[in-house]
Design a protein around this ligand. Sequence first.
Ligand code: ATR
Length: 272
Amino acid sequence: MTTARLAVFGNPIGHSRSPEIHHQFAAQHGLDIEYKPLLVPVDGFDRYARTFLTDGGLGFNVTVPFKQDAFRFVQSASPAATMAQAVNTVSINEQGMVTGDNTDGAGLVTDLVNNLGWELEGRRILILGAGGAVRGVLASLLSGDPASISLLNRTTSRAQVVASHFGDQRLGVVEAHLDGAPFDIVINGTSAGLNGELPDLPSHVIGAGTRCYDMSYGSTRTPFLAWAMRSGAVSLADGLGMLVEQAAKSFEIWFGLPVTTAPVIERLRTSL
Ligand code: ATR
């Protein structure tokens, strides 16, 4: 059996946990894979992608800052990738057709609904941020049939562009001084926490029944989740489960095989 060659393209890439996640998935099926982190120059995506695939690579993941480059690169894109205008999973079939998918949204929803048991149907959701990370998950969240999704971004005009791109009645834009009832679910999709910062928002968005999710994660509680706990949120979760679930969906695209994610999440958590 030949070794399947896979990779994750990013810049920076040293921090990526994807290689260990995919090696654990492969071990569940006794598959022989080689999954490497690849540091790609910021202007080198197409060149690296072409070389990797012509050298026999089966496919690769794409992370910051190349998800939009990957969307432009692929010959066909899934509906999720098309809605997000971003690709995180590239695959090549036997005819040589290069396809792009985006598994971030499905990964988030699987973590919220299946792992955490946070129902989306009929819920009022607040999302912080309007960058690539948020664009990548909105279509999947909307397909969970929430009552509404409100976007709150430091730069409101950017949230307005995102909302009009999706053009869904349930999706609206709010500002930091919003008033009204607490939300059912608040999701942080900003990169503020990477600098130890907290997006500006009033604590009354959180009530006794509010669940808070941070799409980023770390070895300690993120600034957003620390704030959510102080503000009285009933449940907190970080994005480690989303990371593993989006990887599981990439693995399924490449190999057509399902994987068990719980032990992988658990192992990753203890190694943070
Ligand atoms: P990503 O691909 O991670 O989403 P991005 O497209 O650069 O990266 O988006 C980053 C998001 O985090 C944006 O919503 C950004 O707000 P602006 O659109 O106003 O720039 C948000 N963000 C980053 N740092 C922040 C901070 N300190 N406070 C609030 N929002 C922040």
